[in-house]
Each structure stands twice: as structure tokens, then as C-alpha cells.
Design a protein around this ligand. Structure first.
Ligand SMILES: *[C@@H]1O[C@H](CO)[C@@H](O)[C@H](O)[C@H]1NC(C)=O
Ligand SMILES: *[C@@H]1O[C@H](CO)[C@@H](O)[C@H](O)[C@H]1NC(C)=O
Ligand SMILES: *[C@@H]1O[C@H](CO)[C@@H](O)[C@H](O)[C@H]1NC(C)=O
Ligand SMILES: *[C@@H]1O[C@H](CO)[C@@H](O)[C@H](O)[C@H]1NC(C)=O
Ligand SMILES: *[C@@H]1O[C@H](CO)[C@@H](O)[C@H](O)[C@H]1NC(C)=O
Ligand SMILES: *[C@@H]1O[C@H](CO)[C@@H](O)[C@H](O)[C@H]1NC(C)=O
Ligand SMILES: *[C@@H]1O[C@H](CO)[C@@H](O)[C@H](O)[C@H]1NC(C)=O
Ligand SMILES: *[C@@H]1O[C@H](CO)[C@@H](O)[C@H](O)[C@H]1NC(C)=O
Ligand SMILES: CC(=O)N[C@H]1CO[C@H](CO)[C@@H](O)[C@@H]1O
Ligand SMILES: [Ca+2]
Ligand SMILES: [Ca+2]
Length: 584
């Protein structure tokens, strides 16, 4: 769609063994410079006092995004749903969840957002429908074409004993993916909950139906889609058993098997490409009125993830700071080398001319501040924000919100509730879905209702947007300033050089001829370190001035101070954004 400059790799001739400088893809379209903000609708803002967030609530808070510098909001599923899986179980793809509002409310939100220059993208969830969806209700009655919208199998006889066609397991650890339906004398396939029935992506009618769904929302003026669960669309047609993994888990646990037949199948890729083409055709039919984009979500090995770039995907989410490529394993973020390694892995593998993406948090996993510690959170955000590409952030992370402890009685996550009072906390996603902390009033300003759907984190009296806006230094202000630096020529076009310094600092330099460089240094360890940037970066000016610093290390008092590049002392867990001062 655009003449993007190629993404080159230069092996710099310098003293350091790590020195790699990357040319960047110069952004030409709005989405390439986005900060894309995930709003967890239920916990963001309640407009009518029922204790649950809604679309009108979001509309009333759009100024927050303008103030922060966020340019694109991403709404998780807004569709009609029985809410078995937080709205990812959809019973009607062209209607709005009544808990959140109406289609008119949605239209009003999009219009209001556009007026403020914000883009709106929505989740597209094509891996399955709810078992309450009209298509599945008809399929169960044997009515075509709906019966063939799903994946059915008659099972296998072992003597007189009928059993599942194979050993595949669902991702919610309920055991088999196959569910028996008496009326049809057949099993249907579900890779997730038994209430989420997998669509048959080998059936062209399913493609037609889902393209109509895309068109419906394009007509409502959305700016793009985040496409959910891309590795799971198509299963191997041979129905071969999967083999045992190396994980020491119960035999009904999803991770008991290697998902060689049910995940990352090659047929998934052209499906997404066809949606992208459909969206492009829509744009052409509107006289190229605006640029629309898609991005995809999938926790897979880097090769499978990178392949999406070749199939019409503007970018796949980079979830490597959350999972290590295998959905079963948490990302390891213990050392500076770990962080450095994750940055370089993406840059080394991304195809030429593409836009990078970085994600630190989302609705499915523990908050970043909880995973790495608050004292490292500012530095980590500064570094991802000043890397080239799109940063995808989860609501509340800009405040340094942390996971909230919830008792068994307070737990509402459906999957946690189906466990026990001793194991629920391993499963529950409630701790990072508690209400957004706007201010120090009732329910943190989230709702006039003093008993919201999930309790507010007790730290809201100090950790809240209003307080952080008033403070001289805060997580929020640091993020706001780092976002503002993305609106510079050096951020957009400058090279990027990522270095591991003294084994404990991640250093990032953005440089461009004729522009002041941006340097980010994050000390990942609880010990002071002095760094000589000459050993790691070429071409920096002798002096750099401190622009942004984390709020805990004491560096805030030194904002505006000048540092010699050959000797910069970083306190324990200290992080800095430094700017060049040569032509000042
Ligand atoms: C990187 O970009 C610079 C400036 O445009 C250019 O001189 C250089 O040749 C590029 N590197 C490679 C490997 O092409
Ligand atoms: C597949 O797995 C099932 C369940 O473990 C087993 O009963 C069956 O024999 C296996 N089939 C093959 C072909 O190995
Ligand atoms: C299955 O998983 C184990 C451990 O992760 C791995 O060593 C093996 O190569 C995997 N097998 C296949 C066929 O992917
Ligand atoms: C897009 O439009 C072209 C030209 O009309 C057509 O050939 C193609 O099939 C369309 N693609 C999709 C996915 O609808
Ligand atoms: C969990 O529930 C059981 C049975 O209801 C009860 O006996 C036990 O005390 C509970 N344990 C905890 C940690 O709450
Ligand atoms: C509540 O917040 C307001 C405005 O942010 C502040 O002026 C006030 O001191 C705070 N009150 C308490 C009890 O923290
Ligand atoms: C970005 O920079 C341009 C020119 O320097 C300025 O006009 C514009 O207001 C800035 N935008 C933001 C969001 O700061
Ligand atoms: C850092 O080290 C100091 C002193 O060694 C210790 O008191 C402090 O708890 C450590 N901080 C963290 C976050 O571990
Ligand atoms: C992995 C993933 O994100 N998949 C979505 C598809 O379906 C499951 C079950 O609804 C959801 O939990 C996921 O969010
Ligand atoms: Ca509400
Ligand atoms: Ca599927």
C-alpha cells in the first residue's frame, strides 16, 4: 500500500561485539506511529452506575487519550454474547453486548473519537461462535448450510464402544475438543470452551459470512481490526493424534500435548490475507477514503509469528515480553540480557520494510508492573515507546497499576470459578481487570456505585490518574513525555541501536544525521553502574541532557542536567531518556 523504505541490518564496525544498528522503516501511514491502547470495557468507566463499564463511559473519557498522546483505541469484543468467556464467546457478530450499550452508542463513540483525531479498532473473533449463536442452533438441528459451518465427526468405534476421533485437548483444560450432540449423532470440535464452537474454515460459506461481518463494522466506520487467535483457525484434516509434550501436567491439561495438528497450520495464513484483501477492496470501493489496518494475535514460535507479515498482516502482535513463544511459558524478564535478547530477536527476524510491534501487557496476563516491579516499570515503558514501531498498551499500565489481590469469594472469572478456593488464583484473570483508577473518590472514579463488578485496588488513593497528573513526576507523566518524543524526526526515521551494557543495562540509541539523538538507558539491577557510551554507540555527541527519568531512583531531581557520554552513573534500577545537546 505504500512505498516503505526497506529495513536494513548493518553490522557496525565498532569495539563492541553486540553493536548492531538497524535502519528503520520510515512510517508513512497513521497506524505505523500509533500508540494503540487496549480498553478493557468492563473496567474502564461506568456511565450509568450499574458498576460495569460501558461504551458511553469510554466516550466520556476520550480526552484522556488526547492528553496522553494515545492515537488509537482498541476495543475487545463488543458483540452480543452470553459472557461465558468475557465476550469472546459471540452469539451475534453484528449486535452489541447490551451490558456495554447499543449500536447507537457504538456509533456515537466512533464519531466522538474521530472528532478528536482518535482511531478506533475492534476485535474480530473468528475462531468460533458461541453455542447460542443462531448458526449453531440451526446446525444442531441439522439445517444446512449451517451444519457445515462447524467441524463434525461421527467418532471412532473400538469394538462396540464409540469414542473421540483423536486425542486432541481443548485450551481450557476440560479434556477433549470433541463434544457429543445426540440429535446429530456426532461430535463437534471446540478448541476453547465447550460453549465456543470452532468454525469450519474449510467451508467457503464461512468465509463469506465473516466477510459480511467485517463489512458491517467497516460501514460503522471502524479504522481496523485486531484479529484474535490466528493460530487456531484450521486443524489438520488427517485428524492425527497429537504427541506428548515435555510438560509435567495432568493428561487433560492443554499443555500435555504438542499442538502440531491444531495450531499454526499453514492454511491459517491465506484466511487472514483474504480478510485483508476484502478490507482493501472496501477501501477502494469508498474511493480510498482512508487507511485501514489489521493486526493479529497469536502466541507461537517466532517463525510462525513473522510469517503473518507476508500474508497481508500489517503487524502481528509481538507478545514475547509476555510469553516466550510457547503459550505455556512465561517470558523471562529477569536480566538486562533477557530484555535485550527479546528486542533483538524481533528486529533480527522481522522482514524488510515492515513495522515492529511491542506489547507489555494485555487482558490475559499479569500486569507488567507486577511482573517486573514498579521500580523498573518507567524505564521499560520509555524503552518500548522509543523503539521504532507500534506500542500496544493495556489500560491502567500508564498509572503503574498493579494486580489486585482478590479472595475466592470476590473472584468472578468464569474459568477461575470452575476451579477451587485453593487453585483459583493460578487461573483467575480478575487481578488485572479491576476498575481503572481515575481519582480518589468513590470506586476510584470508575463508577458512582460503591460496589463495582470487581473491587477497586486499595492502592487507588495514591495510584490514580488525577494524583499523577498533579504530581511533578509520575508514571503517567513519564509515559506522556515518552509518547511526545515519538513525534520527532529522529524517532520516525532514525536508526536504532540496542545494546547490552555492562551486563545490566539495556541501552537504545536513535540517531539521524542533522537531528539530536535520543538515548534510553535502563539499569535492570539493584546496583549502581557507570556506563561509557563510547564503548557501545558510534556518533553520539559528547554531551547529553537528561529529559525523562524513572520516579524512584532519585534521578528526577536531575532532569535538565548535562552528562558526559563517557561517564554516566545510573543508580539502582535507574532509568533515563537523554537527548543530544550539540546544536542546541
Ligand atoms: C541505512 O540507511 C543509511 C541512510 O539512509 C544508508 O546510507 C545506508 O546505506 C543504509 N544501510 C544499508 C545497509 O543499506
Ligand atoms: C489416538 O489417541 C487415542 C486416545 O489416547 C487412542 O485411543 C488411539 O488409539 C490413538 N490413535 C492412534 C492412531 O494412535
Ligand atoms: C514436542 O515437544 C517437545 C518438547 O517441547 C519437543 O522437544 C519436540 O520436538 C516436540 N515435538 C514435535 C513433533 O514438535
Ligand atoms: C477484491 O477485488 C478484486 C477485484 O474486484 C477481486 O478479484 C477479489 O476477489 C476481491 N477480493 C476479495 C477478498 O473479496
Ligand atoms: C476451601 O473450601 C473448603 C470446602 O468448602 C473449606 O473447608 C476450606 O476451609 C476452604 N479453604 C480455604 C483456604 O478457604
Ligand atoms: C484526593 O485527590 C484530590 C485531587 O487529586 C486531592 O486534592 C486530595 O488531596 C486527595 N484527597 C485525599 C484524601 O487523598
Ligand atoms: C507533532 O509535531 C508537529 C510539528 O513539530 C506539531 O505540529 C504537532 O502538533 C505535534 N503533534 C503532537 C501530537 O504533539
Ligand atoms: C535493593 O537492595 C537494597 C539494599 O541491598 C534492599 O534493601 C532493597 O530491598 C533492594 N530492592 C529490591 C527491589 O529488591
Ligand atoms: C488465544 C486467544 O486469544 N483466543 C481467543 C479465542 O478464543 C478463546 C476462547 O474464547 C479466547 O479466550 C481467546 O481470547
Ligand atoms: Ca454501566
Ligand atoms: Ca479452529
Amino acid at each position: 500500500m505504500s512505498a516503505l523504505r526497506l529495513f536494513y541490518l548493518i553490522l557496525a564496525v565498532s569495539a563492541s561485539i553486540h553493536a548492531i544498528t538497524y535502519n528503520v522503516t520510515v512510517p508513512t501511514e497513521w497506524w505505523q506511529t500509533n500508540v494503540m491502547y487496549e480498553i478493557w470495557i468492563e473496567s474502564f468507566k461506568d456511565s450509568d452506575g450499574n458498576g460495569k463499564g460501558d461504551l458511553n463511559g469510554i466516550k466520556s473519557k476520550l480526552d484522556h487519550f488526547v492528553d496522553m498522546g494515545v492515537t488509537c483505541i482498541w476495543l475487545p469484543p463488543i458483540y452480543e454474547t452470553p459472557m461465558v468467556d468475557s465476550g469472546y464467546d459471540i452469539s451475534n457478530f453484528i449486535a452489541v453486548n447490551s451490558l456495554y450499550g447499543t449500536l447507537d452508542d457504538f456509533d456515537a463513540l466512533v464519531t466522538a473519537a474521530h472528532k478528536l483525531g482518535l482511531k478506533v479498532i475492534i476485535d474480530f473473533v473468528p475462531n468460533h461462535t458461541s453455542d447460542e449463536h443462531e448458526w449453531f442452533v440451526k446446525a444442531k438441528q441439522g439445517i444446512e448450510p449451517y451444519y457445515s459451518y462447524y467441524v463434525w465427526n461421527k467418532g471412532v468405534y473400538y469394538g462396540d464402544y464409540l469414542s473421540y476421533p483423536n486425542n486432541w485437548l481443548d485450551a481450557f483444560n476440560d479434556g477433549t475438543v470433541w463434544e457429543w450432540v445426540d440429535e446429530r449423532e456426532a461430535y463437534y470440535l471446540h478448541q476453547f470452551s465447550v460453549h465456543e464452537v470452532d468454525l469450519n474454515w474449510r467451508n467457503p460459506f464461512v468465509m463469506t459470512e465473516m466477510k459480511n461481518v467485517l463489512t458491517f463494522w467497516l460501514d460503522r466506520n471502524v479504522d481496523g481490526f485486531r484479529i484474535d487467535a490466528v493460530p487456531y483457525y484450521v486443524e489438520s484434516s488427517t485428524l492425527e493424534n497429537e504427541t506428548r509434550s515435555d510438560k509435567d501436567v495432568d493428561s487433560t491439561n492443554y499443555f500435555y500435548l504438542n499442538h502440531t495438528q491444531t495450531k499454526d497450520q499453514p492454511e491459517n495464513y491465506p484466511i487472514v490475507q483474504e480478510w485483508k484483501e476484502h478490507i482493501n477492496n472496501y477501501t477502494v470501493s469508498k474511493g480510498n477514503d482512508k487507511v485501514r489496518f489489521i493486526c493479529t494475535e497469536g502466541y507461537s514460535d517466532i517463525d510462525y509469528v513473522m510469517k503473518w507479515y507476508d500474508y497481508g498482516d500489517d503487524f502481528p502482535f509481538n507478545l514475547n515480553f509476555i510469553r516466550d513463544g510457547d503459550i505455556a511459558n512465561e517470558a523471562v524478564l529477569d536480566t538486562a540480557e533477557d530484555i535485550y535478547g527479546i528486542y533483538v530477536k524481533w528486529l533480527d527476524n522481522m522482514p524488510s520494510g515492515k513495522t515492529a510491534n511491542w506489547v507489555l501487557g494485555n487482558h490475559d496476563f499479569s500486569r507488567i508492573a507486577t511482573r517486573i516491579g514498579l521500580y523498573r516499570t518507567d524505564g521499560f515503558h520509555m524503552s518500548v515507546l522509543l523503539m521504532p514501531g507500534v506500542f500496544t498498551m493495556f489500560n491502567g499500565d500508564e498509572l503503574g497499576m498493579t494486580d489486585t489481590y482478590l479472595t475466592w469469594e470476590e473472584t468472578i472469572d468464569h474459568f477461575a470459578c470452575s476451579t477451587t478456593n485453593t487453585t483459583y488464583s493460578l487461573i483467575s484473570r480478575d487481578p488485572w481487570r479491576t476498575p481503572y483508577q481515575w481519582d480518589n473518590t468513590t470506586s476510584a472514579g470508575f463508577s458512582t456505585n460503591s460496589t463495582p463488578f470487581l473491587k477497586v485496588n486499595p492502592n487507588y488513593l495514591t495510584v490514580n490518574l488525577a494524583t499523577e497528573k498533579e504530581a511533578d513526576f509520575s508514571h503517567y507523566k513519564n509515559i506522556q513525555q515518552a509518547i511526545a518524543l515519538r513525534n520527532t524526526t529522529v524517532w520516525r526515521e532514525g536508526t536504532v541501536d540496542v545494546e547490552l551494557i555492562e551486563d545490566q543495562v539495556v541501552g537504545i540509541a536513535r540517531q539521524l544525521d542533522g537531528e539530536e539523538p535520543i538515548v534510553v538507558l535502563i539499569n535492570w539491577e539493584n546496583s549502581t553502574v557507570t556506563v561509557d557510551l563510547d564503548n557501545y554507540f558510534d556518533g553520539l555527541p559528547d554531551e547529553l541532557s537528561l529529559k525523562i527519568a524513572d520516579i524512584y531512583s532519585g534521578l528526577s531531581a536531575k532532569i535538565g542536567d548535562t552528562y558526559s557520554k563517557s561517564s554516566i552513573e545510573l543508580p539502582e534500577y535507574g532509568s533515563m531518556v537523554l537527548l543530544g545537546t550539540t546544536s542546541a
